[in-house]
Design a protein around this ligand. Structure first.
Ligand SMILES: [Fe+2]
Ligand SMILES: [Fe+2]
Length: 140
């Protein structure tokens, strides 16, 4: 079975904002834990618990980013917040389709989390750190 695995690479993922970088590392670890469990054919309940853990952590992390964007007047804050909300909504909807009869759903959802985590950090989140840097703001 295909296994998704995210590897933290400082040069690729680090935004230079220590609290966000550390949360992104934790998020990747949680997604990898899910991937590991799904690759070992875990049952639906286990997969669901791991997904809920990811979503809880992501909601906390998103709130942190949204607060940072607002405090510093990041122009793309509204769109970025909408992207976060969309992810939480889509992931929750996907989770509802998990059932023992459709074991491939878990793999699909894992792919979704993996892809989002990587691309969102590389593009959307990087835009925040680039903006702060341009403004000469040092966020920690
Ligand atoms: Fe993020
Ligand atoms: Fe974000």
């Amino acid at each position: 079975m295909k296994k998704f695995h995210l590897v933290w690479d400082e040069n690729r993922y680090a935004l230079g904002i220590p609290s966000l970088d550390s949360e992104h590392r934790s998020l990747m670890n949680l997604v990898n834990e899910l991937s590991e469990a799904v690759a070992q054919d875990c049952d639906c309940e286990q997969a669901r618990q791991k997904m809920e853990k990811i979503l809880d952590f992501a909601a906390m992390h998103f709130a942190h980013e949204e607060d940072l964007m607002r405090r510093h007047g990041f122009p793309g804050a509204e769109q970025h917040t909408a992207d976060h909300e969309k992810l939480l909504r889509e992931a929750t909807n996907l989770m509802e389709t998990l059932s023992p009869e459709h074991s491939n759903r878990a793999l699909l959802i894992t792919a979704f989390f993996t892809d989002f985590t990587e691309n969102h950090i590389l593009h959307e989140d990087r835009a925040i750190s680039q903006y702060l840097e341009k403004q000469g703001i040092r966020a920690d």
